[in-house]
Design a binder for this molecule. Sequence first.
Ligand SMILES: Nc1ncnc2c1ncn2[C@@H]1O[C@H](COP(=O)(O)OP(=O)(O)OP(=O)(O)O)[C@@H](O)[C@H]1O
Ligand SMILES: [Mg+2]
Length: 315
Amino acid sequence: MFIGPIMREQQQKSRVPAIKTSTISPPTAPKSCERPQQRRKAERRDLAAKRPARRCRSRMLQRCARPKTACRQRAERLDILNAELATRAAVLEKTNIELEAFNYTVSHDLCNPLTSINGFAQVLMRICEDQIDEESKGYLKGIHQNSLRMQRIIASLLDFSRAAHVDICRKPVDLSEMAKAMAAQLKLSAPQNRTTFRIAEGITCAGDAGLCHIVMDNLLENAWKYSGGRAGTVIEFGTTELGGKPVFFVCDNGPGFDLAQAGRLFNPFQRIPGMAAQGHGVGLATVKRIVKRHGGRVWAESSPGQGATFFFTLE
Ligand SMILES: Nc1ncnc2c1ncn2[C@@H]1O[C@H](COP(=O)(O)OP(=O)(O)OP(=O)(O)O)[C@@H](O)[C@H]1O
Ligand SMILES: [Mg+2]
């Protein structure tokens, strides 16, 4: 084919860029230029280089994941335990509320019929006094005395129940005056009792007057009841200090008790077997409840034949 000079020039011009493009090819061009064998070899080399890194990474991930999983498992277990605990606490609280309500209702509702029984027995005694024999009079007296005893038990249970729920209204309370009034009342109730009271002056606290009254009443009555009232019996009410805070105490020189028993005496219906005088076993449990509700503590010190001292604090 004939090629004129212009055409040749144009061809040459167009060839130059063709040569140029083949020399400035993209980076992949050499690979594509490689033979298949060489390419496979290069790929295998690449894979081999990547594999250890991949394995290493997965091992690292496993190592990182393991503590995380253990932690997560522990946290989940803790969540489950906490949920179980919360459920049990809620059930327990509900049961306690029901028990308290039951206790209060039973105690409260027993009062009225009991008062009626007592009243009827007394009326019967008055009306029939001349018509019945001594044995029958004894039965009527028995009804009267036992209904009074039951009234006292109910009153104790009501105090015990109220001590848990009643709102605390803190005010300055004169414990010395309270103790003096109680001592006078106890002496009036049994003039033959030879007990001497020593009550320190001016002891006050910040507490609920009604509840403090129950505490003082129980401790002084116990000291009075269990120390026996022989000549030389002394009951003391005073205060001391522990860690800069006041500690109140009621002390007697009666028969005392083994200190090993002291802990359980603050639980309801616990009494020391063999004691001459016996109560219902609710007094000290009520004292503990009240003192606890005031943020305080109550404890006893005693040994057989050496008297007993009951201490309490009211935060
Ligand atoms: N001052 C004391 N000296 C010796 N023993 C005591 C004294 N105070 C309490 N106790 C013993 O502790 C027991 C429990 O006392 P608590 O006041 O709780 O019940 P109680 O006096 O038997 O009955 P309640 O007070 O309910 O009428 C008593 O039964 C008694 O055995
Ligand atoms: Mg008592």
